[in-house]
Design a protein around this ligand. Sequence first.
Ligand code: 5GP
Length: 186
Amino acid sequence: MADFVEVVEASSILRRVEDLAARISDDYEGKEPVLVGVLFGALPFLADLAKHLTMSCEFDFLALNRFGEGGRARIAMDTETPLEGRHVILVEDIVDTGLTLSFLHRLLEARDVASIATATLLDKAARRIVEVPLEYRGFEVGDEFLLGYGLDWQGRYRNLSSLWAVLNLQSLTDDPDRLARLTYGR
Ligand code: 5GP
């Protein structure tokens, strides 16, 4: 069996991101939302999404330090934009247990935002521990470990334009460049 499988190719990702951007543009007509990307994984998704919105928006970013069990987290880098009274769209690469997103919801609600919605490229729905509303969702995926389009393994592979499932993580540990040789084609 192969150690890596391409699960969503780049053109399919882009088509889906365009659909989501069209829906968001309709839903937020007349408003100027702030897209808040959760670093680092949300970066490619946020960039593609924002480019296809047909309205004004701002974007900002935050980063989290996760520690311990149960999704405990603290803010490692906060947004600069004052969010009070703003329509916030949280942009995530993937929602897995939902613990990160529920932490972020609580954080933003405490800032008296006008509204919060979430756009996530990927949803590991079967692994959810905490139910969180996902207004804009690209693809539902299984519980394989995924890489590419923002998702990393030890900081690498975020720049792949498609999504890959790693079926054998040991093969990356043994040879961190294996997927690079397969995907970058050089
Ligand atoms: P949650 O709090 O929903 O369990 O976790 C969300 C975070 O887990 C994501 O932002 C991401 O950092 C990480 N994560 C979950 N599944 C995957 C995966 O398949 N691949 C990678 N690279 N990260 C994942």
